[in-house]
Design a protein around this ligand. Structure first.
Ligand SMILES: N[C@@H](CCC(=O)N[C@@H](CS)C(=O)NCC(=O)O)C(=O)O
Length: 286
């Protein structure tokens, strides 16, 4: 692998399994199952297969918000998919998400069960199913979905672009870091300007738009993702900071963030959630 600027692409690209990046061990240029493994199934109507990454926790937060609002049908089992160990390539998981990425959901209240993948699709599915965290009027719903889809299109520049070159790449490449830092700062400014005149992204109500965006951009502001808050000067985005703190303190956000966690202090890890009391036990130690 070349670390300098004298790389000439070959005529046909060949996979370099030894490229040394953090995810080199699991990334391959093909899709589909790599081993046979059935997914576990718990007793609740909703079965979630996930990990507490920014994409994963969106769904844990949404389910906890629904439960907090009295939607008992949102009871769920959250099973751990350890992406570092390649669980996302098990045959059962691939049947639920052919894209092999967490989060993925199975809804057993339908016959046959409904599979839902892509975190934005899961948030929208749950919001529609329970009629909550999405405005009912068409204009309000549209603005909420504008920001939900904004997140789906923007976060790959933050994660796959900035996060990769700044945090995960085997060497620090100025071109890649500059390219994606510029874009991420532009995105932070978009959010800051929107939040200058609106309490939440969709307007005056907390919705799935906030639930989708916060785990990425909020945790960057909190310096919890990529340890880049100083580098990105996130403190200068005043309104984004206000919104970040507001959402961080929601009880359902605190609960949801505890689920499918396998990093951080040992006593605060909760690899799987099958009962509300599983989370209570972890939060009692905080
Ligand atoms: N657009 C997808 C992205 C999901 C995604 O990238 N998930 C990552 C973890 S945050 C993953 O499962 N990576 C495993 C892999 O790439 O093999 C979504 O929002 O659901």
């Amino acid at each position: 692998m070349s670390e300098s600027d004298d790389y000439t692409p070959p005529k046909v690209w060949v996979h370099d399994a030894e490229n040394g990046g953090k995810w080199a061990g699991i990334n391959r240029p093909d899709s589909g199952a790599r081993h046979d493994k059935e997914l576990p199934k718990g007793k609740h109507p909703l079965q979630l297969y996930s990990l507490a990454t920014p994409n994963g926790v969106k769904i844990n937060i949404m389910l906890e918000e629904l439960l907090a609002n009295g939607h008992t049908g949102a009871e769920y089992d959250a099973h751990l998919i350890h992406i570092g160990n390649g669980d996302q390539f098990g045959s059962g998981f691939v049947e639920v998400n052919p894209n092999s990425k967490i989060p993925a959901l199975l809804d057993y209240t339908t016959e046959p069960p409904t599979r839902v993948f892509e975190s934005g699709s899961i948030l929208l599915y749950l919001a529609d199913k329970f009629g909550d965290f999405i405005p009912k009027d068409h204009a309000g719903r549209t603005e909420c979905l504008n920001w939900l889809f904004w997140q789906m299109g923007s976060a790959p520049y933050l994660g796959g672009g900035f996060g990769h070159f700044y945090h995960y790449a085997p060497f620090r490449m100025e071109y890649g870091i500059n390219r994606f830092t510029m874009e991420v700062k532009r995105q932070l400014d978009v959010l800051d300007k929107r939040l200058a005149n609106n309490t939440y992204l969709g307007g005056e109500h907390y919705t799935i738009a906030d639930i989708a965006v916060w785990p990425w951009y909020g945790t960057v502001v909190l310096n919890e993702t990529y340890e880049a808050a100083e580098f990105l000067d996130t403190a200068s985005y005043k309104h984004l900071n206000r919104w970040t703190q507001l959402i961080k303190e929601r009880p359902a956000v605190i609960r949801g963030r505890a689920v499918n966690r396998i990093s951080g202090p040992k006593e605060l890890r909760l690899a799987e959630r099958h009962e509300a009391s599983d989370i209570d036990a972890v939060l009692a130690k905080m």
